[in-house]
Design a protein around this ligand. Structure first.
Ligand code: BGC
Length: 271
């Protein structure tokens, strides 16, 4: 069967942060399959980023790997300069880079708190600011898209589900939600669309301990009504839709892709 998204993003230029692994890598593949040129940002694991570029090029796509720490202003500015120099502009930004530094609250260090905020929240601010400046400079190109640009902020179910032992992470994702909505409100009139995706438990390196043993997996599945752990491709499909004109009237929204994790599964029998 041919890919239903083939050609949906032809000619558009996308940047995916933290695209060397997990959800980011799947998103980069999905955007490339839909016809976009994809810049694969990474901060660690250059070989993985380059491998993904090769893989995309082998299937007739276009990609490049760009090193940058999204929490550093100069790195981010240089990354955008390189992308815009190479491909002329940017149409789609996927703010995907994110980390966890878990600790019981009483033991959480300032450095664990700051590191998570810097990558998960400040990183989204710095990248979104650069991308939207370019969207405004360039304006709408009707042959490419109805919008001047699209930003997709990777959030988490923990933008609404409190998470003991992960206070820094949950606080950063709550911040991502309000960041996304406020930028969406501010820039909608110039045809910039900004949306969030809130993944549930997706099988990636970030949550390996939650699924790598049968016991851990069984306990995780109790939290997922749809009875399967998510696949990174589930998120990629949602990103492609939010990046395309198929979602042209959608802005300021969080799309939960979580197998029902936010449905309070404990209440199926309780309450
Ligand atoms: C976290 C994962 C976790 C999932 C569901 C994600 O945002 O990064 O570690 O498994 O939320 O709790």
């Amino acid at each position: 069967m041919s890919d239903p998204n083939a050609g949906l993003l032809t000619g558009q230029r996308a940047l995916v942060t933290g695209a060397n692994s997990g959800i980011g890598a799947a998103v980069a593949r999905g955007l490339a399959m839909a016809g976009a040129k994809v810049a694969i940002n990474y901060v660690v694991d250059e070989p993985a980023a380059k491998k993904l570029v090769n893989e995309i090029e082998k299937s007739a796509g276009e990609a490049m790997a760009i090193h940058a720490d999204v929490s550093r202003e100069s790195d981010v500015q240089q990354m955008f300069e390189r992308m815009i120099e190479t491909w002329g502009s940017i149409d789609i930004l996927v703010n995907n880079a994110g980390i966890q530094r878990d600790a019981p609250f009483l033991d959480m260090t300032l450095s664990q708190w700051n590191k998570v905020m810097e990558v998960n929240l400040t990183g989204q601010f710095l990248c979104t600011r650069e991308a939207t400046r370019e969207f405004v400079r360039r304006g709408v190109v009707p042959e490419l898209s109805c919008a001047a640009g699209k930003v997709i902020c990777m959030s988490s179910v923990h933008e609404v589900i409190p998470w003991a032992g992960h206070v820094n992470y949950a606080a950063s994702k709550g911040g991502v939600m309000m960041f996304m909505q406020s930028v969406a409100q501010e820039l909608a009139h110039i045809k910039v669309r900004v949306n969030g995706i809130a993944p549930g438990a997706i099988r990636t390196p970030i949550n390996r301990v939650a699924w790598e043993t049968p016991e851990a997996e069984a306990s995780l599945l109790k939290l997922i009504p749809y009875a399967r752990i998510g696949d990174p491709a589930d998120i990629a499909k949602a990103v492609v839709w939010l990046a395309s004109d198929q979602s042209d009237y959608v802005t300021g929204t969080t799309l939960f892709v979580d197998g029902g994790m936010t449905l309070y599964p404990g209440f199926r029998e309780g309450g």
